[in-house]
Design a protein around this ligand. Structure first.
Ligand code: NDP
Length: 254
């Protein structure tokens, strides 16, 4: 069953925009809320929302607490008593930074702040709305039709895979950030178990995708990545809680 209410960050371009397009094809979804740093300039999102009243746009910079707090209020106003079934932490940045570059604390911290810290804080800020949605189903089911957090991670999240292939030496700060993202996801799963919070948390690697971040040599289109992610999200269950998967839900090593 599809989630009724979804909020995604970084939705104005790239994989985030692709996921919004795919979510709009799913009939069971009632409310899709697309977060972008500046909705005024998000022309494609604007035209989609004019064509489909299920899509709502809100401005949010995930690296700013006040902006996240405001986004919770706006999302709450849109989802009401249904709560939020699905939070997709998609917003991210990549700055090439290699071991032999001049040491640059600001670059490393900025990358970790946006990709890991902000996704963790977004998960915490939205937890009351996720819990509200989860409480509407009895029992111990884990699914995104109940409540879930999907992090758009990377094969660079894996400490096994991040020394090979795409995850090369120039992605030093990015690799740290995506590994931290996976780490907090696994910690949330453990904490939610202790706290008896039935919110699923999982991390999905979208593939090497032709976006501004992925660059012109990437392997797959946004549509190929986003369509697989959206159909996989629907299949998530307890067995995916805390794991790292590719876009077709093949498990990747930690
Ligand atoms: P893009 O660079 O194309 O898009 C990144 C998106 O994140 C933009 O919408 C951008 O907004 C948004 N964003 C960045 N910083 C913030 C912020 N502080 N607050 C809110 N939004 C922000 O990247 P992709 O679409 O390729 O990447 C999406 C996700 O997929 C990322 O998490 C990335 O790490 C992950 N990924 C991508 C891969 C690829 O090959 N492309 C491979 C593996 C993982 P704005 O337009 O305002 O800058």
């Amino acid at each position: 069953m599809a989630p009724k209410t979804v909020f995604i960050t970084g939705a104005n371009r790239g994989i985030g925009l692709g996921i919004v397009k795919e979510l709009l094809k799913v009939p069971g979804i009632e409310t899709i809320i697309a977060g972008a740093r500046n909705v005024e300039t998000a022309k494609e999102l604007q035209s989609f929302s004019q064509a489909d009243s299920r899509l709502h746009l809100i401005s949010v910079d995930v690296s700013e607490d006040e902006s996240l707090e405001n986004s919770v209020k706006q999302v709450e106003g849109l989802v009401g008593d249904r709560g939020l079934n699905l939070l997709i932490n998609n917003a991210g940045i990549l700055e090439h930074y290699r071991t032999t570059d001049p040491p640059n604390r600001a670059t490393v911290l900025r990358t970790i702040d946006v990709n890991a810290v902000s996704a963790l804080l977004a998960s915490q800020y939205f937890l009351p709305l996720l819990k509200k949605a989860a409480e509407q189903t009895q029992g111990d089911e884990f699914s995104v039709s109940r409540a879930g957090i999907v992090n758009i991670g990377s094969d660079c999240s894996s400490q096994t895979l991040n020394v090979t292939g795409f995850c090369n030496e120039t992605l030093l700060a990015y690799k740290m950030s995506k590994t931290a993202m996976l780490s907090f996801a696994r910690s949330l799963v453990a904490d939610f178990k202790t706290l008896n919070v039935p919110v699923l948390v999982t991390t999905i690697h979208p593939g090497w995708v032709l976006t501004d971040m992925g660059g012109p040599h990437a392997e797959i289109s946004v549509e190929e990545s986003a369509s697989k992610i959206v159909s996989s999200i629907d299949k998530l269950n307890q067995s995916h809680n805390g794991g790292l998967f590719d876009r077709q839900l093949t498990a990747l090593p930690f």
